[in-house]
Write a protein that binds this ligand. Structure first.
Ligand code: PMP
Length: 451
């Protein structure tokens, strides 16, 4: 491909790498991107910058992870200091202090008796870890027939085989073979007819939790280990749990001895105005999966927080035995721990979660103001998250205007997620009211331009 072909909006050929071929980009139309690359090379607070220095307002917090804003000095400094001290710290049969310190802080933040933390490196690993703990736990307490896992339609739980099996996105499943055996799915909680244009938790839809009773009726509770759901479906287009839905799910799980796992990879660390959505919804799951916001995206990290009885059940065998045959070379990597500790300190110091909660009504009104733009079918908001469902855009049959939208975003100087027909707004939580206004104004122009 000639370099001249690569010149694109705001990116001169001399700042485009000579060879774009070798990097096989994830979840990207590689051929289309490489004809029209969009590059950013620097970030600070609410903005990315192109190699030429043009600011791009970050409407998606990187990938839902940069909750306190980009390149915050205390986090950068902690990573720098951590790297100078110890590059790699083993956590199999050895330990390093920052892992214990961070686990304690996370346990303190988590509600109820969610008080033990298993570290890994991503959301996908967190999900696979939680599913494995669930299965192993059921064996440990003499319930070994409980091997079935329940996910949900339109759920996203990362890309490991566990995650795509319990996940409910056809594109992520259909080309990868048979999936895990013994998985069933609840139906989605989204019903546009009865929930359109709702702010926060939709009033309608608690009864969707009763689906679990149907699944129990079909397979028997004695075969079911765990249910995993996102408290707010994120990557599939911002689908907040209807009022009362999660409570009902909890009650049914309790009735049948089924573990309840919340995947809080997106909702954890402030996105909904609390450390965890579990707190917002007043429902304590048996495990929480987290990632992203724990390190503000600066170093990869994920993990699972388990309730005390789950952890304790593993601690009953002979003392010299390994209790759980699971772990990653980079579990609790010292740089991730340093970044995590600094990020949690920053959240506490700046009251990031409370700020998000206080901003929610303003943010919701601003996003809802797009209601009458052409082709808007629905808008949903919860916490500092908004979604705008669009009718298929003209001019890009089959692509739903995806490319046209991305181009228009880039020209307007902002970044936003597109999930199918849905535009997803998830800025860093430090966004000001003025910046919310700017983001929504830019978005309104793009919706009009591409209609
Ligand atoms: N679970 C949820 C709810 C997510 O949103 C994501 C990522 N968007 C994942 C899991 C997977 O995380 P990762 O990409 O870090 O593997």
């Amino acid at each position: 491909m000639a370099l001249d072909d690569l010149v694109t909006d705001g990116v001169r050929a001399d700042s485009v790498p000579n060879d774009l071929e070798a990097f096989w980009m994830p979840f990207t139309s590689n051929r289309s991107f490489k004809k029209r690359p969009r590059l950013v090379s620097r970030a600070k607070d609410m903005h990315y910058y192109t190699p030429e220095g043009r600011p791009i307002l970050d409407g998606c917090a990187g990938l839902w992870c940069v909750n306190p804003g980009h390149n915050r000095e205390p986090i950068v400094e902690a990573i720098r200091a951590g790297a100078a001290e110890m590059d790699f710290g083993p956590t199999f049969q050895y330990g390093h202090p920052s892992a214990f310190r961070l686990a304690t802080k996370i346990a303190d933040l988590a509600p109820g008796d969610l008080d033990h933390v298993f570290f890994c490196n991503s959301g996908s690993e967190a999900v696979d870890t939680a599913l494995k703990i669930a299965l192993a736990y059921q064996q440990t307490i003499g319930q070994g027939t409980r091997t079935r896992l329940i996910g949900r339609e339109r759920g996203y739980h990362g890309v490991g085989f566990g995650g795509i099996s319990v996940g409910g996105m056809v594109a992520n499943r259909r080309t990868f073979g048979t999936m895990l055996a013994g998985v069933d799915h609840l139906r989605t909680t989204y019903d546009r007819e009865n929930q359109a244009f709702s702010k926060g938790e939709p009033e309608y839809g608690a009864h969707f939790a009763d689906e679990l009773e149907r699944i129990v009726g079909l397979h028997d509770a004695s075969t079911i280990a765990a249910v995993i759901v996102e408290p707010m479906g994120g990557s599939t287009g911002v689908l907040p749990a209807p009022k009362g839905y999660l409570k009902r799910l909890r009650e049914i799980c309790d009735k049948y001895g089924i573990l309840l796992i919340f995947d809080e990879v997106i909702t954890g660390y402030g996105r909904l105005g609390y450390a965890f959505a579990a707190e917002r919804y007043g429902v304590i799951p048996d495990m929480i999966c987290f990632a992203k916001g724990i390190t503000a995206g600066a170093v990869p990290m994920g993990g699972v927080i388990a309730r005390k009885p789950i952890h304790d059940a593993f601690m009953k065998g002979p003392e010299h035995m390994v209790e759980l045959f699971h772990g990653y070379t980079y579990s609790a990597h010292p740089l991730a721990c340093a970044a995590g500790l600094a990020t949690l300190d920053l959240y506490a110091k700046e009251n990031t979660f409370t700020h998000a909660l206080a901003l929610e009504p303003f943010f919701a009104d601003a996003v809802m103001s797009l209601k009458d733009k052409p082709g808007v079918l629905d808008i949903r908001t919860v916490g500092i998250t908004g979604a705008v469902d669009l009718a298929p855009r003209a001019g890009s049959p089959g692509l739903r205007g995806y490319e046209a939208l991305e181009k228009a975003f880039h020209e307007e100087g902002f970044m936003m997620r597109i999930a199918g027909d849905t535009l997803v707004i998830t800025p860093p939580l430090i966004i000001s009211k003025d910046q919310v206004g700017e983001l929504v104004e830019k978005l309104g122009r793009v919706i009009e331009k591409t209609a």
